[in-house]
Design a protein around this ligand. Structure first.
Ligand SMILES: [Fe+2]
Ligand SMILES: [Fe+2]
Length: 317
């Protein structure tokens, strides 16, 4: 491992540090995607591959969708990818980075040392770069397919709306900060399973898989950093604030796994797909449909480590 000479060797005697995070902060310069050469996206584009997996389209098995002509389904799949990118970018900008920023400022008065602040600031740079990667990926899809597919026509996802609601419902700034930290923690510890859904699929556009793969590599490190820092902050909280953080985790997990058809409703409306309201109603009411669950095993093991697995008030799957 190449040590980064710019990182401080020593902090103030009482500063809180973590060996795991220090290792990750030290090798950021050699492992982070933002530090690597960009792949040539145009070369990777394959017109014959799907832009988005049908397995992730909630109505892919419904007759109304199956009966559409292939070019229309192709366009809806491209929309699926545009919406996926928008969701990733919105979560990075409005959920993840605001929480990291609080940590970087030691807003919880934990006494976080320089290395921890550097690690979360590096993670914020990564998130900004991921946003650029997904923006580039959407732009390439629009250019190669020749469709407008405007991201700004789409609403914020349920996760972002729920996070905004939690912020406005918080009774004071401490409550708002703890909720923000909880949402960031849930996002960072469970995003890799969401990204895996695209990375592991052979039928999918190589550019999209490459984008997600590069992103995912950074996220495995973020998951360790988020877990470690959340535990350190949690241990320093009083019992009322611990409760607020745990309630925030439960709220965040519920938000990330909720079924939200508002984006698809907007897309189907824009594409004037006839009968789409009925299709979405039927799919929503169909209890047999496999729910797309986030993988919360990482959050669960963090809670086990903190000895609060049974205090969080959710049914672990
Ligand atoms: Fe990211
Ligand atoms: Fe991240």
């Amino acid at each position: 491992m190449i040590e980064n000479p710019r990182l401080p060797e020593y902090d103030a005697d009482d500063a809180v540090e973590s060996a795991v995070v220090k290792r990750l902060a030290n090798n950021w310069g050699t492992r982070a995607t933002v530090k690597k050469a960009e792949p040539d996206l145009d070369d990777l584009f394959d017109h014959d591959k799907h832009d988005f997996p049908e397995a992730l389209i909630p109505f892919a098995e419904h007759r109304t969708y199956r009966d559409l002509p292939e070019p229309t389904r192709e366009k809806l799949r491209a929309w699926g990818w545009i919406a996926f990118n928008k969701n990733v970018m919105d979560v990075e900008q409005y959920v993840v980075n605001p929480g990291f920023s609080l940590l970087a400022q030691d807003a919880f008065d934990t006494g976080l040392g320089d290395v921890l602040s550097i690690a979360v600031t590096q993670a914020m740079v990564d998130e900004q770069y991921h946003t650029l990667m997904h923006l580039n990926a959407s732009a390439l899809t629009r250019r190669k397919r020749g469709w407008a597919l405007r991201s700004r026509s789409l609403p914020f996802s349920a996760t972002v709306r729920r996070r905004q609601a939690a912020q406005s419902n918080a009774t004071d700034s401490t409550g708002a900060a703890l909720s923000a930290l909880a949402f960031t923690t849930v996002a960072e510890i469970s995003i890799t399973s969401y990204l895996d859904l695209i990375e592991d699929n052979d039928l999918i556009q190589p550019v999209n898989r490459a984008t997600v793969k590069l992103h995912n590599r950074d996220e495995y490190c973020h998951a360790s950093i988020a877990d470690e820092v959340a535990c350190i902050v949690f241990e320093s909280l009083n019992s009322a604030d611990r409760r607020l953080f745990l309630d925030g985790l439960a709220d965040g997990m519920d938000a990330f796994s909720s079924t939200d058809f508002s984006t698809w409703a907007t897309i189907l409306d824009l594409e004037e797909i006839s009968g789409h309201e009925r299709m979405l109603r039927e799919v929503e009411a169909d209890g047999s449909r496999k729910k797309l669950l986030q993988d919360y095993s990482g959050i669960r093991s963090m809670c086990r480590k903190l000895d609060v697995e049974d205090e969080i008030g959710i049914e672990w799957q």
